[in-house]
Design a protein. Structure first.
Length: 113
């Protein structure tokens, strides 16, 4: 239902754009969020966007990451700029519809110093 892509290797200070393509049956109903899980760390919310297009960011993402949605493509993006090595993680997109959590399969982001 959710397909995450766009991860890869970036240098510190570089940029990556992640994409989360959703099936039409679940897109735009509730907020879609990007979560990440680094090595040995708990999964954490990075950013989310409501069905109305309002973004919210974790402190670690503010000023560097931008979340956006394209209703024509049923896709949510996470533009990540000024990347830091501590941003290295597997990134997942997630939404909840009618009490069911839908997770994308995860996309690996590695930031080298």
């Amino acid at each position: 239902q959710l397909q995450a892509s766009g991860g890869g290797l970036a240098q510190a200070g570089g940029s990556l754009r992640l994409s989360c393509a959703a099936s039409g049956s679940i897109f735009g109903i509730n907020a879609i969020g990007w979560h990440r899980q680094g090595p040995g760390k708990q999964r954490e919310l990075v950013a989310a966007i409501t069905s109305g297009g309002s973004p919210n960011y974790a402190d670690a993402a503010k000023g560097r990451f931008t979340i956006s949605s394209d209703y024509a493509k049923n896709t949510v993006y996470l533009q990540m700029n000024s990347l830091k090595p501590e941003d290295s993680a597997v990134y997942y997109c997630k939404t909840e519809v009618w009490g069911i959590d839908y997770w994308g399969q995860g996309t690996l982001v590695t930031v080298s110093s």
